[in-house]
Write a protein that binds this ligand. Structure first.
Ligand SMILES: NC(=O)C1=CN([C@@H]2O[C@H](COP(=O)(O)OP(=O)(O)OC[C@H]3O[C@@H](n4cnc5c(N)ncnc54)[C@H](O)[C@@H]3O)[C@@H](O)[C@H]2O)C=CC1
Ligand SMILES: O=C(O)[C@H]1O[C@H](OP(=O)(O)OP(=O)(O)OC[C@H]2O[C@@H](n3ccc(=O)[nH]c3=O)[C@H](O)[C@@H]2O)[C@H](O)[C@@H](O)[C@@H]1O
Length: 449
């Protein structure tokens, strides 16, 4: 099949390279000429395992080509997949300017062919219908256009894996022909395909991300309650997760959810719901619960160390999660703002294994960015683990003790063995954790353990 993908962000590029690998002829375009040039030369702007190899394979096999803006390749495509950005304002309005701009550049002239547009970008409910009406108004009816909604569920850092082994493929369509064509496109993946209408597909995407956000906020509030009542949240999370109706995923407490989509899509759902007269109070509460986490961490730091305006505090990790260099809505940025507001003279020394120039530019002034954990930790009075990178998890008690002025670690991702570190003379404080291992109570090794 001939396919065009518009937008070469993580979603667009993975989709383009993935379908090329499945044997389709794919043209991927973006308005950002520099980005396209870098991609064509094998320098990908994203840290996605396997993506560079996938792109290279597609290019070498002659099945994947790139370009800037409109092209005849788009005109010849049976399916045009729109994967442009859809950022949201602070109050949850999803901005569709990129989508309209992309749609308006498609097929400047009517040529009698019937077209199919698949919207992969995350959009408000009703967007596929609006897009179809917009294009129909521009092109005479002889050929016609179908717009389908195929929301994307990939995770950053697992984009390639999620393309080939998606948890589900959702196809929201209004005609039989469109549903069938999309079905043919996805046939080579052994995924569960859910066919539905376009509005349900659009809402399902927002609902999925909001459900994840709600689960994380529940975890964080439960962790706070564990601290107040002397219970151990990681044990509670394990016990909850063993119930298949609850499931073990997304129960990790710490600094909360960030990234380019969970916060934005949850805000978008809340706004959409209030406009539709069906308020999503649970999703709203999840946003509020997430927003207070940097304050909670600052209070913990204050309880562990006095005189913070004169102290040097290391931040281990900045990315919104490990495996990416992405700082969009990263909890690290909210934490930095909170610490600088509360303790004006505080010295912040940050390190992230994925640090790059782009990341450097996004950091507020006054945050030192170092090339290694050792440099950030040298002379620090305390450290906060912000992102659970494997390399950060591996730092030993010996290293912490020899590099830092005071070996105080606040584990904002519960990724360290606090009890083991504390037994080696450190002060390691997790989230929702007991301050020390229960004394003299050996772990029960019975048949139910
Ligand atoms: N990043 C992620 O992990 C996921 C993102 N999504 C959704 O997928 C969409 C894309 O996300 P990302 O790839 O992260 O976005 P992104 O913002 O990184 O990339 C979008 C790309 O579209 C390009 N673009 C903008 N206007 C254009 C136009 N008129 N013609 C051609 N290209 C144009 C931009 O230059 C940019 O390269 C968003 O709606 C997002 O919410 C969905 C699931 C996962
Ligand atoms: O729409 C999107 O863009 C994507 O958003 C998320 O994917 P992603 O943003 O890559 O990251 P996640 O792995 O979901 O993590 C999001 C945030 O939640 C935090 N998190 C995750 C899990 C957990 O238990 N606790 C927790 O605080 C992470 O640290 C991170 O800040 C969803 O998982 C994808 O399915 C979806 O396609």
């Amino acid at each position: 099949m001939k396919i065009a993908v518009v937008g070469a962000g993580i979603v667009g590029l993975t989709t383009a390279a993935g379908f090329a690998d499945l044997g389709h002829q794919v043209y991927c375009s973006d308005t950002d000429g520099d980005k396209i040039e870098r991609i064509e030369n094998g320098v990908l702007p994203y840290l996605e395992p396997g993506l560079a190899e996938l792109v290279k394979r597609g290019q070498e096999g002659g099945r994947l080509a790139f370009g800037v803006g409109a092209s005849t390749a788009i005109g010849e495509a049976e399916i045009v997949i729109l994967a442009v950005g859809t950022p949201a304002t602070d109050d949850g309005e999803i901005l569709l300017a990129q989508l309209w701009e992309a749609a308006d550049m498609l097929w400047p002239r009517a040529d009698g062919m019937r077209r199919l547009i698949a919207v992969k970008s995350t959009v408000p409910v009703g967007t596929a219908e609006r897009l179809e009406a917009r294009i129909r108004a521009r092109l005479p009816a002889e050929g016609g256009v179908d717009v389908v909604s195929v929301p994307e569920f990939l995770r950053e850092g697992f984009a390639v894996r999620d393309f080939f082994e998606p948890s589900r493929v959702v196809i929201g369509s209004a005609t039989h022909e469109a549903a069938e064509l999309m079905d043919r496109l996805y046939r080579r993946l052994s995924a569960t395909v859910v066919h539905t209408d376009r509005r349900s597909a659009e809402l399902a995407k927002l609902a999925s991300n909001a459900a994840l956000a709600i689960k994380i906020s529940y975890a964080n509030e439960m962790a706070a309650l564990s601290e107040q009542t002397g219970a151990d949240y990681p044990d509670i999370a394990r016990i909850l997760g063993l119930d298949p109706r609850i499931g073990p995923h997304f129960l990790g407490a710490g600094l909360g959810f960030g990234g380019s989509c969970l916060p934005k899509d949850t805000r978008a759902l809340v706004r959409l719901a209030s406009e539709a007269g069906a308020p999503q109070t649970v999703a709203s509460a999840a946003i509020r619960a997430n927003a207070v986490l940097p304050q909670r961490m600052a209070r913990k730091l204050e309880a562990a160390l006095s005189g913070l305006s004169r102290r040097r505090v290391a931040l281990l990790g900045l990315a919104f999660k490990p495996g990416t260099a992405d700082l969009r809505e990263a909890p690290s940025l909210r934490l930095i703002a909170e610490l600088k507001k509360r303790y004006p003279g505080i010295s912040l020394a940050a390190y992230d294994p994925a640090v790059d120039i782009a990341m450097k530019r996004q950091l507020p002034a006054g945050v030192g960015l170092y090339g290694s954990a050792e440099e950030a930790l040298r002379g620090a009075d305390a450290a906060i683990v912000v992102t659970e990178w494997p390399e950060i998890r591996k730092i030993s008690a010996e290293d912490y003790k020899s590099w830092m002025s005071r070996p105080i670690i606040l584990d904002g991702r519960n990724c360290l063995d606090a009890h083991a570190l504390n037994a080696q003379g450190m002060v390691c404080i997790g989230v929702g954790r007991l301050p020390a291992a229960p004394q003299g109570i050996p772990a029960y090794q019975g048949r139910h353990a």
